[in-house]
Design a protein around this ligand. Structure first.
Ligand SMILES: [Fe+2]
Ligand SMILES: [Fe+2]
Length: 284
């Protein structure tokens, strides 16, 4: 039951030029805050969304944040970066026909949570660059976005499979994983994303020790599992997959590492939830 995206993918929109430039810039650790500002300022809708999120009650700033530079100074590059990537991708999603706004919001909450979980795990492991881990976390399930926004009939079918017409959960997981990873792979190819992102988008449910970017794909797989187990499952999966023991071991993670990361995730998720709600609130 392959998903067959080869032809329809050609009708997907070209990558947002701001996203492409942001990804390139963030890949380079010498990129300055000024350069990020310059990229963002070329896209007014991203700036508007960034400032709206930055001024949300969560940040509790005494003065209104009215420029990208000010947002970078007050919030930090990492925070600005994560808000911007989220809003740029959100704009992509809105360019499709979104018939399931609630589904879209659940999916975005999941992606934002995996982004934060990936940052926490990468900081603890010290092996993967934080920015790479965060980008990979945010993008890992873009295949779902493609299906939801551009193949609404397939999305409706998936919802039925996981809803009333319950498939055997194991069979359902296999099909769902296969379909959205295939869609993610097609999108990464279409957008010419870096090979790390392509591997993450196409293999995060079956990371292989032999793959070129196992350090990142395995890390995202671990983050994805932990986030789903904490209830941010994107509203799609019929069952929570257990984190395989070999995966944590291959990443050099002990029981204690997992516990510490899990606790940090819980407290950060609580803190970030209002910001995330603000970001996903922009989905129509
Ligand atoms: Fe996934
Ligand atoms: Fe996921």
């Amino acid at each position: 039951m392959a998903f067959q995206l080869a032809d329809p993918i050609k009708s997907l929109p070209a990558p947002n030029p701001v996203l492409t430039r942001l990804l390139d810039a963030l890949d380079n650790s010498y990129t300055s805050a000024d350069q990020i500002c310059e990229i963002l300022e070329s896209d007014q809708s991203t700036v508007t969304r960034l400032l709206s999120v930055a001024n949300s009650a969560y940040y509790n700033m005494r003065h209104q944040i009215s420029s990208v530079q000010r947002a970078v100074v007050l919030l930090g590059v990492e925070e600005v970066r994560s808000i911007c990537m989220g809003t740029v991708l959100m704009a992509f999603m809105e360019s499709g026909k979104l018939q399931d706004a609630q589904g879209a919001k659940s999916l975005w909450l999941h992606s934002l949570a995996v982004q934060e979980a990936a940052r926490i795990i990468a900081a603890r492991s010290g092996v993967v660059n934080l920015a790479t881990a965060m980008t990979a976390g945010l993008l890992h399930d873009m295949g779902w976005v493609v299906i939801m926004a551009f193949f609404p009939e397939k999305w409706a079918l998936l919802k039925r499979l996981t809803g009333h017409e319950k498939m055997n959960p194991v069979d359902a997981s296999i099909h769902l994983n296969e379909w959205h990873q295939e869609a993610g792979q097609a999108l990464a190819g279409h957008w010419d994303l870096p090979s790390i992102m392509l591997e993450v988008m196409s293999s995060h449910h079956e990371p292989s020790l032999e793959s070129t970017h196992f350090d990142v794909t395995g890390l995202i797989s671990l983050a994805d599992n932990m986030v789903c187990a904490m209830g941010y499952d994107g509203g799609i999966y019929p069952c929570v997959e257990e984190t395989p023991e070999w995966l944590a071991q291959a990443l050099g993670f002990s029981e204690e590492d997992l516990t510490v990361c899990g606790m940090e995730m819980e407290s950060r998720f609580e803190e970030l939830d209002p910001v995330w709600s603000k970001i996903v609130g922009t989905v129509n």
